[in-house]
Design a protein around this ligand. Sequence first.
Ligand code: PEP
Ligand code: MN
Length: 293
Amino acid sequence: MDNKFPGKDISDSDLKDKFPLAAKKFTNHYSKFKVCGIEFGGKKIPVMAGPNMVENLSMIRKTATSVKKSGASFLRGGAYKPLTFPYRSKKYFETREEGVHWLSIVKKEIKIPVITEILDVRDIDHVCKVTDIIQIGSRNMQNYPLLTECAKTMKPIMIKRHYGASLRDWLGAAEYVLFEGNKKVMLCERGVSVTHTHRSTSRFLLDLQVVPAIKEISHLPVIVDPSHATFWRPWVKDMTLASIASGADGIMLEVHPDPENSAVDPLQPISFRSFSKLMNQMKKVAKSIGRKI
Ligand code: PEP
Ligand code: MN
């Protein structure tokens, strides 16, 4: 079908010419691959949980222990952070090399695989010694040199959707990774910019419609991050359950030992207790659609 707005949404010819590797080849074509023994794209829905930022060793150790006990498969946590403003303070900072080092300690101690963001090609070598999945942040979704260099490491890569990106742009980014021969690619919906978000502190709207839309045309697993999308703790539970119902292949959640005092984005992380409760609720929704947490 021809597109009324060429360049924005996906036309039939895009599937052949623009992202032949990301496009499905047949109706039930869904990629499945394992990361540290955990399957993505199958019946089970892996959960990645942890703080926005790896603030110090003690908090990441506590968080890893707690989220693993509640059933999370991966520890999330940024050390290199794409902070919106350049000014740093006691409350607004990045832990960079130190944060990556703390992740490496906890990963060994607690035996939980890790996902962390890479912002700059210069950090690829040392971050890849620790991380099991490379996170490409929403702001870097179309940083093609970064995507290409990260792809060459052959590490699994999760590409967060830019908050202004069409599905066409997003699959174009995934195609850059697939083009390098790296097949372990997953997409992550984390909210888009729209006119109304229903709260003055919420910057984005979770686009769950994109999950079935992806599954119609692409075989790549889709993760949903309701924490960044809602930016608001009280909404995280409902949007997480809705994400599972929408067909998400994975969930990323911000969990913090002291949510109100999180160094970055304190309105969105949930507590250890809420996370543990939510895991049980997720299991019920997953079961109702023939999947597992
Ligand atoms: C994050 O997950 O820590 C993050 C910065 O997310 P996003 O790129 O979606 O803003
Ligand atoms: Mn953030």
